[in-house]
Every structure is written in C-alpha cells, then in structure tokens.
Design a protein around this ligand. Structure first.
Ligand code: PVB
Length: 304
C-alpha cells in the first residue's frame, strides 16, 4: 500500500470505507475500497476470490467502474485485509442530482443528459446480464459520474453476491428500499435480471423528477408507494403474484398513469419508463431491448 498516497475519505459505501488516493508512481487518482472480506490464516476465502475475478472480468466495460488491482495488507493487529483499488470518479449520481435540486441553482437536468446517462446505464447493465451477473442494488449512490466527460459507470458490483444485499450496511446505516423491485419486496426467491431493470426505471424517473419516485421507509410502505401509483397488482397483470411468500391483502388502488408524476418526460421517455415498470418481471423490458427503444433514436450513439 506504500504505492499509494492516501488522500481524503470519500465516504462509506454499503460494504466499506472508500478513500481517494494517488498512485505515487504515475500520479493517477484511485479509489481504495477497504473490504470486509477478512482473510483467515488460509488466505483469501474462495467466495471472495470468485467475486474479485467476476469484478475483474466485468470491469472491462466502459460503463463499469474499473478494478485496477487488489492488495492484501496486514493491519496493525496483524489481521489481513483486502483492498480493492479502483479508478477514481469525481462524484455519484445522488450528489450530481442534488446539485440540480438545490437552490439557488434549482433546475431540471438537461433532457439530453438524462438520455445519455440512461443509455450508459443500460449498456452497463446489459453487459452484466450478458455475463449472468445481477447487480441487485442499483441506486443513484452507486452510479459514479465523470462530470467532465459525461460518463456514468456502475459501481458496487458483484460484492452483492458474496454477501447478499444486507438490510443495514456495515455501519448500521439503513439500506435503501427505494429501488427494490416488487417481486423482491414480496419475497420471491428466484428473481431475475428484471430486478435490475426495475431499479433502472426508478433511477430514470428520479433523474427527470430530481426526487425519488418511491421513497418508502419499510418494505410494506415501499410496496404501498408502488401500488398507489401503478395500481395494486392482480393475478391478471401478474400471474402468480398472490402465491409469493410475503403477499398480503392490500388496499385496492387503480393505476394512476406515470405521466402525472414525471411530467418532465416526453412521450418516448414515458413509454420506455412504463416498459421498465411492469409488475410481471417477465413483461419488463430487458437492458438490451431498452438500448433499441425509440427514446434513444435522437442520441448520438457514435460517442459510445
Ligand atoms: N465514490 C470505487 N470508486 C468510488 N466509490 C465511491 C467514488 C468512487 N470512485 C471510485 N467517488 C466519489 C468522489 C467524490 C464524491 C462522491 Cl459522492 C463519490 C463526492 O463527494 O461528490 N463511493 C461513494 C460512497 C463511498 C459514498 C459513492 O457511492 C471504489 C467504486
């Protein structure tokens, strides 16, 4: 770790602290992620190794944060620790949206920027899914932004598989439910790539609104937020829903029409959002299909 000059702490993610640092030799800025993958005398646990190789494989995409190397070090108590060294990006989508939401600069995100970010997000998600990897915890905080270049990259990948998505982070910070798909909230156990597309839909709406679409504070409240807008699901629009583990009797709401809550989106954008927010996971648009949606027709794709 002497190769790096540790600069300030960036913050605390779901799985550990992140530091900004500089590669002393090259001057390159990096992000050091101290993981909770504690090693024993036997070395790195095989599950951790699998996750790291998964990350290494996936991070060759431009839209996934690049893992540069892995360092294992002995901390002061002689306990081995694993550091993941990533390229450094200068903000996340949560902070980025905040800069547009807050006075005195309150304004919408430019529609062309929303379009470009959503396209890059779908590219990254399609890349993961083509390798059989689900992210399972997509949210604005783990989408990193290069402001200068207008690039969006997915972070916090793969680790979700070794550790499963926790209810609380390692610092006991409550993990957000706002982007969680209804099938996950209802206790479905064999969920699919569609869970990520639900999150993508929530993030799309949030970029347009600058406000979370479904800000629930418990699993039950989260479902009520969703049902109030999209209508309470039925066996007709979601066959099998009433057999899911955590299904209850809910208030019966009629669908409200998404356009009322995202007036910022034009017709093609709304159509794509509706396709991401289908209750039945089998009906939800895939990342790959989303890339071909007319919403992206006006985007200059040569830059990708
Ligand atoms: N933030 C890998 N990584 C990063 N992880 C986080 C990064 C980052 N770069 C590479 N960059 C920043 C830099 C500055 C800010 C923010 Cl939010 C993110 C700022 O303050 O505007 N992770 C952070 C959490 C630690 C909060 C965002 O998810 C390690 C992937």
């Amino acid at each position: 770790m002497e190769k790096y000059e540790k600069l300030e702490k960036v913050g605390e993610g779901t799985y550990g602290k992140v530091y900004k640092a500089k590669d002393k030799e090259t001057g390159q800025l990096v992000a050091l992620k101290k993981t909770r993958l504690e090693m024993d005398e036997e070395g790195v646990p095989p599950t951790a190794l699998r996750e790291v190789s998964l990350l290494q494989m996936l991070s060759h995409s431009l839209y996934i944060v690049r893992l540069l190397c892995v360092e294992h070090v002995d901390n002061k108590h002689g306990k081995p620790l694993l550091y993941l060294v990533f390229e450094y990006l200068d903000t996340d989508l949560k902070k980025f949206i905040d800069t547009y939401r807050k006075a005195p600069n309150s304004r919408n995100l430019p529609p062309s920027l929303i379009q470009s970010f959503l396209y890059q997000l779908c590219k990254g998600v399609a890349h993961c899914h083509s390798h059989g990897v689900l992210h399972r915890d997509l949210k604005p905080q783990n989408l990193l932004i290069d402001k200068e270049k207008g690039i969006l990259k997915i972070a916090d990948l793969g680790l979700g598989r070794a550790f499963t998505v926790p209810l609380k982070s390692y610092t006991h910070e409550i993990v957000t439910l706002w982007y969680r798909a209804p099938e996950v909230l209802l206790g479905s156990t064999h969920y699919s790539t569609a869970v990520d597309m639900w999150s993508v839909g929530c993030i799309f709406a949030e970029m347009a609104r600058r406000q979370a679409l479904f800000p629930g504070d418990s699993e039950y409240q989260q479902l009520l937020h969703i049902f109030r807008l999209l209508g309470t699901p039925t066996e007709k629009n979601w066959p099998g829903v009433s057999s899911l583990r955590d299904w209850h009797v809910y208030p019966q709401w009629e669908p409200q029409g998404i356009e009322r809550v995202v007036p910022q989106l034009e017709a093609d954008g709304l159509d794509l959002l509706v396709k991401m927010m289908k209750f039945n996971p089998a009906d939800r648009i895939s990342a790959k299909a989303a890339l071909d949606h007319p919403y992206f027709d006006s985007l200059d794709k040569s830059q990708f």
